[in-house]
Design a protein around this ligand. Structure first.
Ligand code: ADP
Ligand code: MG
Length: 652
């Protein structure tokens, strides 16, 4: 692979973007294009961007003001329409434009005055290969034009081969990978961009979905013949002792899980449901069924504090049962850890709760048969597979609080079976959401009312510190002025001890106001929180806002969410305020995003593709899945063999 041959400045800057070779360069795709195709002159609206070919009819005149240099001249189109051109701080124009010069102007047009406010000028007609300019996301010290030159060099030097089998390439009209990259980096038309991207998406998607299929096939042959079959009615003893009746959805999920656990093949199931929909207790029932078959179970959480919360609930829900439950986290004393590990190894512990790190610990479980992972979206496909291998003969249950519409979930999680909880347990749960500017006086009054009712308040900021905009630090200052030492702080840059302290005093009510970043999105369970105030709600996705909203009203009493918005257009937020079903919000979130917004953006809970867009490319994905299936079903097809083996190698 050819190393970059540019200047040290450029190489250093690019290495920060993990671009080290020409190969890295050509796979660094543009994230947008500047469209410099000539406009139809008569088909433009006021304030629209236009590209016109004109002839200058006057020499540029310069007007200097203390702040800007303004340049004006006039020009005329081929069909004799006169324009006046105005440019700000673009002195180069003086050197290139004269009466009679043929120019291409790119700018914003004001049709009333026939005036074009110039963005860029070229003293010539643009060739067709100059009219679609790729724009790259780059380190600030590398110019777009500089990178384009490096890309051109890279395209000449590198020769990349597609790994997609020939038959599939032909069937789907996929251009060669070399051409795909050429089209995307140096397009003559947007059709070329589309075709280039399509080939790249296929390359990425086929490997991904083939991998999922391979995992699914592997799982279905992982047989545990020693599984003890449990009469699921026996789980009733645990269910009856719960302090509430389970909802229909919860019961259905339990049935599906119980059925899987009784099968000879291993369970590989995703349980999805909104925050507060009651997934945890379903997981507990699974742990109980697992205990009945005399096996060990493990519950993994993304953070230590969540692991502790699970541990405490387990102790309380299993109070009446003779189970040994242990918490195994990094914060424990080494001697304590050692003792627990030994007991696990001797099969004395029935349920172990911990963070993912638990699986890197040197613990062996003599009879591990169930692994449950909370907030599974923290795991990639490969990690899921690795976990499965560690657990060897264990059933796997994943919990996800990012509801994804069924159609979509069945596409991107096609390696798993799916259970869904849609309804909330207490129909009394009612959170009202209000969108407004909310002057501080109003907010303070709402907080006082909430505190007087003995409930807690969350105040959420999008950032820790960020320019002059709202951040947890400034909000902490503001609210301390009103509420003194009743205010606690929580953000990702605090030590775990500090976080712990804040959470504890928040829970026990000694600091009933918590100013936090969206770290509270995951799993914090303070039942009596009754008010949440979110600043700059626009900077969160609707699904995230919904997750945050799930933190209040957990005692079944009325709760309120205030979205503090200064923006003019609150359509999205108003729609959100009216809807409380996470699945509907997920759909809303997807439909309300403008095109392009999802490219390269990591959607929480979804696999992050480089080129594929799980929403917009759904049709393409369906085609890719059909081809992946064809490959896995015809492994001896010579054309497929190598590819299949290559993909197999990528599985952890
Ligand atoms: P999730 O993990 O899906 O976010 P939890 O399992 O933490 O939700 O449930 C939220 C709260 O609702 C918990 O306090 C739980 O004990 C309670 N809960 C769960 N199921 C029911 C039910 N069927 N009826 C009443 N409360 C329930
Ligand atoms: Mg949960």
């Amino acid at each position: 692979m050819a190393k970059l041959s540019g200047s040290a400045r450029i190489n250093d800057a690019l290495s920060k973007y993990d671009i080290h070779t020409f190969k890295d360069v050509i796979f660094h795709l543009p994230n947008r294009y500047l469209d410099l195709r000539y406009s139809e002159e008569f088909n433009v609206n006021t304030n629209e961007k236009v590209v016109l070919f004109l002839k200058a009819t006057s020499a540029p005149v310069i007007i200097r003001t203390p702040k800007v240099t303004i340049i004006r001249f006039s020009a005329v189109s081929k069909n004799n329409i006169p324009y006046s051109i105005v440019a700000y701080n673009q002195r180069y124009i003086l050197n290139v434009v004269n009466v009679g010069t043929e120019i291409t102007v790119f700018g914003t047009i004001n049709l009333k005055k026939n005036e074009i406010s110039l963005i860029k000028l070229f003293p010539r007609v643009l060739r067709s290969d100059e009219q679609i300019v790729p724009l790259y996301s780059l380190p600030s010290d590398v110019g777009n034009h500089e990178f384009i030159k490096i890309v051109q060099k890279g395209l000449k030097l590198e020769n990349v081969q597609s790994s997609v089998p020939e038959a599939i390439r032909r069937k789907n009209d996929l251009v060669s990978l070399n051409n795909a990259l050429m089209y995307v980096h140096h397009p003559l038309s947007f059709d070329q961009v589309f075709n280039g991207l399509k080939a790249l998406k296929y390359e990425e998607g086929l490997a991904y979905f083939l991998k999922l299929l391979l995992i699914k096939r592997t799982n279905s042959v992982l047989i545990n013949t020693k599984k003890t079959i449990i009469d699921l009615k026996a789980a009733n003893e645990f269910v009856r002792k719960l302090p509430f009746t389970l909802t229909k959805d919860q019961l259905a999920a339990i049935r599906e899980i119980g059925y899987d656990m009784n099968k000879e093949t291993l369970m590989y199931r995703l349980l999805q449901g909104d925050v507060g929909s009651g997934k945890t207790v379903v997981a507990f029932v699974a742990l109980y069924i697992n205990y009945l078959r005399n096996a060990q179970g493990v519950l993994l959480a993304p953070t230590e504090s969540l692991a502790k919360q699970h541990y405490e609930s387990l102790l309380s829900f299993f109070k009446a049962f003779n189970l040994r439950i242990e918490l195994l986290i990094g914060a424990l004393k080494e001697s304590e850890k050692q003792r627990i590990k030994e007991d696990i190894q001797q099969g004395k512990v029935d349920i172990v709760v911990g963070t993912h790190a638990l699986f890197s610990e040197d613990v062996t479980y003599p009879k591990l048969e169930l692994v449950i992972i909370d907030e599974q979206h923290k795991f990639g496909v490969n990690q899921r597979e690795t976990l499965l291998n560690k657990g060897e003969k264990a059933d796997l249950l994943l919990l996800s609080a990012t509801p994804i519409p069924q159609t979509l979930a069945s596409v991107i999680y096609s390696d798993m079976d799916l259970s869904t909880i849609e309804s909330f347990p207490h129909s009394g749960r009612k959170v009202t959401t209000e969108v407004d500017k909310f002057p501080i006086k109003t907010i303070v009054k709402r907080i006082e009312e909430t505190l007087n009712a003995g409930r807690q308040v969350y105040i959420i900021a999008p950032k820790i510190t960020y320019g002059e905009k709202t951040n947890v630090m400034s909000l902490h200052e503001t609210y301390t002025k009103y509420f003194d030492d009743k205010v606690a702080l929580l953000h990702g840059q605090m030590t775990s001890e500090e976080k712990e302290e804040s959470l504890n005093t928040f829970k026990n009510g000694s600091t009933p106001i918590l100013i936090a970043t969206s770290v509270v999105e995951v799993g914090i369970d303070v039942k009596t929180a009754g008010l949440m105030i979110i600043y700059e709600p626009q900077s969160f996705g609707l699904s995230s806002l919904h997750q945050l909203r799930g933190r209040i009203g957990r005692d079944g009493k009325m709760a309120t969410l205030l979205l503090v918005s200064d923006e003019e257009d609150n359509t999205k937020l108003t729609e959100f305020a009216k809807e409380d079903n996470g699945f509907k919000i997920a759909e809303l979130d997807l439909t309300l995003r403008g095109p392009g917004e999802l490219i390269g953006e990591k959607q929480s809970g979804m696999p992050s593709f480089l080129y594929l867009n799980v929403i917009k490319d759904l049709d393409l994905i369906q085609k890719i899945k059909v081809d992946a299936l064809d490959i896995i079903n015809n492994p001896d097809e010579p054309d497929y063999q190598t590819y299949l083996n290559d993909v197999k190698k990528t599985i952890g």
